[in-house]
Design a binder for this molecule. Structure first.
Ligand code: PLP
Length: 400
């Protein structure tokens, strides 16, 4: 058994006394959910991403659910997305009673292949849900061009992509402006900045922003903050079915501190990624992640493709035995039991598809990425010595 205390973890949140002090503020002020800290976090997040509106919610899955509802996704509709993502991406579509239509990825960048989107569009298509996987912006220019031609709204699953940048109309801009219609972020501890759990929705559409605020608090017409500050008695009403997707002020206070650290975090991660290139570029058969011309990644995850013939689980076990945590690359929703038994899961009409349950010829690049790549440790406080250790262990584990 590796010594847990000495294990190099896959990720470790970057937090200290500053976040602990921030959490004291709402606790001692007495307003602990969806109050002034949440409002301030939203303003600061909007300013950082360049968005007109930012609405805080309980997590990114909730954000995706509300984004899909806002653009009109309803039961029976189809939403074009990738299978190659954390399962929450596809789940959010099913929460709306709609069907995910999976498109394969570009193997070099682990993101949706824009050339395959058009053939997946049908008269039931209602939206495109693209993912900036592992923080790497997808090809928004190409995707938005297709979406506009077919009058489809674009939702960006930016769970991992805070602080990543995209070259758009000749200018570098942060993900979340948004470039599509709505972008959704996560503050889970696996992402760059964390509030324990949490999410944010950005948009330029004031009507949708109003909708998000209604839906996140049970569909209640008058927020608590308004009633609290009113000199007159106000009764709220509930004009629409809502949800409890609130963020607490304790989370938001922590998030505001995390946001202040973000520029430094991104500088650090970009230099750690460059260091991996120096340490691993000469390793035969290993494919390092690369940035397309249009993207600057925040390197939320550093995912390498193993040389041909290297067994993924054996390599990961050898590294774990050497005290280094790794993760299998991104999963494929269509291979999970919750999806594989659905007739639509691989996008070919039932009866026309001859693939066994957990493989799909149309998603072969997604499956290959899942089977042949691993994520290496990369976090703010990783030391040069630890990166050396990771690189040495990877070489050893792959040398068969
Ligand atoms: C983490 C993640 C999510 C879910 O985020 P939560 O905040 O945990 O709900 C959704 N999509 C992608 C691509 C993710 O990486």
């Amino acid at each position: 058994m590796p010594d847990k205390a000495r294990l190099i973890p896959i990720v470790r949140p970057c937090m200290d006394e500053r976040e602990a002090d921030a959490a004291r503020r709402p606790i001692l002020a007495g307003w602990v959910t969806q109050g002034p800290e949440v409002a301030a976090f939203e303003r600061e997040f909007a300013a950082y991403t360049g968005a007109e509106y930012a609405c805080a919610v309980s997590n990114c899955t909730a954000a995706l659910h509300l984004a899909l509802l806002a653009v009109g996704v309803r039961p029976g509709d189809e939403v074009i997305t990738v299978s190659h993502s954390f399962i929450a991406t596809a789940n959010s579509i099913r929460y709306c009673g709609a069907t995910p239509v999976f498109v394969d990825i570009q193997p070099r960048f682990f993101n949706i292949d824009p050339l395959l989107i058009e053939e997946a569009i049908t008269d039931r298509s209602r939206a495109i849900l693209c993912v900036h996987q592992m923080g790497m912006p997808c090809d928004l220019t190409a995707i938005l061009d297709i979406a506009r031609r077919h009058s489809l709204p674009v939702i960006e699953d930016a769970a991992c992509a805070i602080g990543s940048e995209v070259l758009f109309n000749g200018k570098w801009e942060r993900i979340g402006k948004p470039h599509g219609d709505i972008a959704c972020f996560s503050f889970h501890p696996r992402k760059l900045i964390t509030t324990g759990d949490g999410g944010m929705i950005t948009t330029s559409n004031p009507e949708w922003d109003k909708q998000f605020r209604l839906w996140r608090q049970h569909g209640m017409s008058t927020p608590d903050t308004v009633r609290h500050n009113s000199k007159e008695v106000i009764f709220e009403d509930y004009p629409a079915l809502g949800y409890n997707y609130r963020m607490t002020d304790i989370q938001a206070a922590i998030g505001r501190e995390q946001l202040k650290r973000l520029p430094e975090m991104i500088r650090r991660r970009r230099s750690l990624a460059e260091r991996y290139v120096e340490l691993l570029a000469d390793m035969r058969g290993l494919e390092l992640p690369e940035e397309p011309d249009w993207a600057r990644s925040n390197w939320q995850s550093y995912c390498v493709r193993l040389p041909d013939g290297c067994d993924q689980i054996r390599v990961m076990q050898a590294m774990l035995d050497g005290g280094i945590a790794t993760r299998r690359a991104i999963m494929c929703a269509h291979r999970e039991p919750a999806y594989a038994r659905e007739p639509w899961s691989c996008g070919i009409a039932p009866g026309d598809c001859e693939c066994p349950a957990t493989t799909c010829a149309r998603l072969s690049q997604s499956e290959r990425a899942q089977d042949c790549a691993i994520v290496l440790p990369l976090f703010h406080h990783i030391t040069d010595e630890e990166q050396h250790k990771v690189a040495a262990a990877l070489r050893k584990a792959c040398a068969v």
